[in-house]
Design a protein around this ligand. Sequence first.
Ligand code: SF4
Length: 180
Amino acid sequence: MKKVLVHTCCAHCAAYTVEHWRQQGYDVGGLWYNPNIHPYTEHQQRKESMKSLAQEIDLPLIVAGGYDIIEYFRRVVGDESQRCRHCFDLRLSKTAEMARENDFNAFTTTLLISPQQEHDIIRETGTKIAGEHGPEFLYADLRKRYSESRHMTKSLNLYRQQYCGCIYSEWERYTNVKIE
Ligand code: SF4
């Protein structure tokens, strides 16, 4: 059976995404690696929610060690307008690396279910990483299932975040600021 490692950004986006790849015939594993989530306490809350969901849906979840916030800022500072591109590259590179190390045939991400994310950049980044180091990057436009995925986690009463993840997105969420 083919195996796919799914990078998980949060429990609510993971619920349907995991189901989708299972329906496509994959043996699915999850990876938690999100140094873009600030501050650390927020990161921990989202991680604990993801672990609870994994238990609930019987998903083997790899939790990457450490919290690479310094690497995140090294990439982003001075190039804030392109921060999502750097953010995707950091997270998907780690996912490909972990997929290789753990014998997965493919990798993908729950970011593909979010209408708020820039799909073209995610696809371009995943494909580039796959071309450089393998394994295959799986793309699917799951945006129409976003509400369904959130509905699937409703009864679990898991923590729900109010902003994308980085401190820039938190600032944008609560003001009219748009970082260019
Ligand atoms: S807005 Fe979201 S995707 Fe973009 S850099 Fe921040 S955390 Fe990453």
